[in-house]
Ligand binder design. Structure first.
Ligand code: 6PG
Length: 236
């Protein structure tokens, strides 16, 4: 099992490298489907896309979804959509109909079903799973990815496209893509920065300790996988 990596000096360099990859994909494809993650590193990326690439890209070529969303209203400080909108989407000329947010304000179970149907209607299917062109993932210090946490690692094998997940500490409900969808993507890029991630990364990359208990360790898409890391998280 391999974990292809690219190591960068800083979180800003991680964001810059990813932005370059995203812009390249947008230029290559006129209908790029991307699932975004929340978290701190994507914030740097979204600011960069709004500032440096605002007029360098035909944003009508990208269709945006979320790999996970907190079950809160879009204007809540916890909303991944709200954060993405404020830092990036409000500042670029992207058609509203290209932005497919999870309705975090709605009943979680019914929203998980609605969002799964939307995804299946919007993406090509391979065998039984909808296929994203690109999925951005982060990883928590506990090894979670999207909103698949270690205590709900069975969501990696869920028969559903989306599931209602629960944050292990706060109990906050979330809607998350499930493992089969993540692993069906054409391309998955992890953005992982900061020293807090090092212990789990060492276990995962070394396949030692409790590595199999970490959901992030089980993301091996049929397409390509690259971990974008800063030196604080990983010094090879
Ligand atoms: C979320 C994210 C989550 C995130 C990790 C890492 O909604 O919180 O999707 O999976 O990627 O928690 O977050 P940081 O990049 O902030 O460490």
């Amino acid at each position: 099992m391999t974990f292809p990596k690219r190591i960068f000096p800083s979180p800003e360099a991680v964001a810059e490298a990813f932005a370059e990859r995203l812009v390249q994909l947008i230029k290559e494809q006129d209908h790029l489907t991307v699932a975004l993650s929340g978290g701190s590193t994507p914030k740097l990326l979204f600011r960069l896309l709004a500032e440096k690439y605002r007029s360098a890209v035909d944003w009508s070529r990208i269709h945006i979804f979320w790999g996970d969303e907190r079950c809160v209203p879009p204007n809540d400080a916890d909303s991944n959509y709200g954060m993405t909108h404020d830092l990036w989407l409000a500042h670029v000329d992207i058609p509203e109909q290209n932005i497919h947010r999870v309705r975090g304000e709605d009943d979680p179970a019914s929203e998980a079903k609605r969002y799964a149907s939307l995804i299946k209607d919007s993406l090509p299917m391979t065998e039984q799973w909808p296929q994203f062109d690109l999925i951005i993932l982060g990883m928590g210090a506990d090894g979670h990815t999207a909103s698949i946490f270690p205590h709900q690692i069975d969501l990696l094998q869920s028969p559903d496209v989306c599931a209602v997940a629960t944050h292990p500490e706060s109990g906050q409900k979330r809607i998350s893509l499930t493992g089969e969808v993540l692993n069906c993507a054409k391309e998955v890029i992890f953005l992982v920065t900061g020293a807090s991630k090092t212990p789990v990364l060492e276990e995962i990359f070394g396949q030692i300790g409790n590595w199999q208990s970490y959901p992030a360790a089980h993301i091996h898409p049929s397409g390509s996988l690259v971990w974008y890391l800063d030196e604080a998280a990983w010094t090879s």
